[in-house]
Write a protein that binds this ligand. Sequence first.
Ligand code: ZN
Length: 117
Amino acid sequence: MKRSITESLVANTESLEWECRRCQHTLGPVAENYKKGCLIAQRDPKEIWEPLIEGVLNFSYDATWSRIVEFYCPGCGALLEVEMLPPGHPLTHDIELDLTMFTDENSADRSSKDSAQ
Ligand SMILES: [Zn+2]
């Protein structure tokens, strides 16, 4: 069984792995951070929010303080997540699933199939 976790991520409750919703590429175990299985790019925020005026105070972000970090599926190249983090910040772990829910769900699914026979 597959459970939608975000609009881009699916948790496979049998293999216990993250999958891309678009191409079903495996992104690693659901017990770990799916971002470890992604292609990661960092961008200067000024690529998106250009300075409006000249000078230090220019209504844009300072690239020495912030980066746009993008997470892509290695299978299809879909953009899965975007974050704004300070340069050198470790990966954030934003989704932690209760794996006992999957175990209970799989055993309930099996017992309902057994009783139907
Ligand atoms: Zn994909």
